[in-house]
Design a protein around this ligand. Structure first.
Ligand code: C2E
Ligand code: MG
Ligand code: MG
Ligand code: MG
Length: 287
């Protein structure tokens, strides 16, 4: 599609573009197969509090293309959005996260909430509320155990419908997080009209800490979120220096490869163990 072309611009069909669209087609076809043949999976990245205890898990999609190998969701989700495949994928993620939560619950582990990512498509469809509710009831999952992440840019695209869907979900007891905050050029004052109680600071701002660059934007995000009584999760923490800075600045929750990478469900038992363990000391370099 030429959606990104401004009026009056001409699409030049270069070999590179052709190559890219051939690859997109390959991805689309195989993605269709993957949905039908359980080729998708979820990994879970731990998020910790300032006492270094596990606070929640973020569910992240994984898919391996038969020829192209593992493909990042950042690459295939936009294709799934364009082709409508995201509906089925989104439904699958909801069901799978609930199924996994039920497994953890019934095996006597210390269960923490799981956060799933919602796409723009899902946030424009009122049936989402019912789907999430139904899946939770079916698996015996309390709404407190499911958090929903929506990126700042999706919120800006789905102002009316998105807002009312999120309001309904909040009434049901689900917690909403604004994802990738700071990348969408909107103001937090504006986003405050959405019923989100968690702000996830995009990792570009976390990166600034090490570059000794300007941390004033990061500092003001943290201050503003605090004054709006929102909880904050910093994404993409890779160094001790970043973690120290964020802890000292009043950000309460931490996510990143330094602490733990996204892990398959069966590798998370140690983090969910009822025993007293300093979770942060556990194999940060696993997988
Ligand atoms: P996100 O929701 O912001 O997820 C965080 C991303 O940051 C994940 O990438 C995670 O692996 C990565 N990450 C975590 N810690 C670090 C770190 O220390 N350094 C670096 N460089 N990266 C880190 P991933 O899994 O590739 O997912 C990319 C994006 O794809 C997600 O960003 C989310 O927007 C989207 N996505 C993933 N799963 C789903 C899903 O089930 N549904 C939808 N709609 N989107 C999804
Ligand atoms: Mg997310
Ligand atoms: Mg994010
Ligand atoms: Mg992201």
């Amino acid at each position: 599609s030429n959606k990104s072309l401004a009026q009056g611009q001409v699409a030049v069909y270069t070999p590179e573009l052709r190559q890219a669209s051939v690859e997109n087609l390959k991805i689309e076809n195989q993605l269709r197969n993957a949905i039908e043949s359980s080729g998708l999976s979820l990994v879970y990245q731990p998020i910790f509090d300032r006492n270094k205890r596990l606070n929640k898990l973020e569910a992240l999609l994984r898919w391996s293309h038969p020829e192209l190998g593992p493909i990042s969701p950042a690459r295939f989700i936009p294709i799934a959005e364009e082709t409508g495949l995201i509906r089925e994928i989104g439904d699958w993620v909801i069901t799978e996260a609930c199924r996994q939560l039920k497994i953890w619950k019934t095996s006597g582990l210390n269960v923490v909430p799981v956060a799933i990512n919602l796409s723009g498509h899902q946030l424009s469809d009122y049936s989402l509320v019912d789907k999430i509710n139904r899946n939770c009831k079916l698996h015996g999952i309390e709404p407190e155990l499911l958090n929903l992440e929506v990126t700042e840019s999706v919120l800006m695209e789905q102002m009316e419908t998105g807002k009312s869907i999120l309001e309904d979900l909040t009434k049901e007891g689900f917690t909403i997080a604004i994802d990738d905050f700071g990348t969408g050029y909107s103001s937090l004052a504006y986003l405050n009209q959405f019923p989100a109680s968690i702000l996830k600071i995009d990792r570009t701002f976390v990166n600034d800490i090490d570059n000794k660059a300007d941390t004033r934007v990061l500092d003001s995000i943290i201050q503003l979120a605090n004054s709006l009584d929102m909880q904050m999760v910093a994404e993409g923490i890779e160094t001790e220096q970043q973690l120290d800075y964020l802890m000292a600045s009043g950000c309460q929750f931490y996510q990143g490869f330094l602490l733990a990478k996204p892990l398959p469900a069966n590798c998370l038992q140690p983090y969910l163990s009822p025993d007293e363990i300093n979770h942060l000391e556990l194999s940060p370099y696993a997988i």
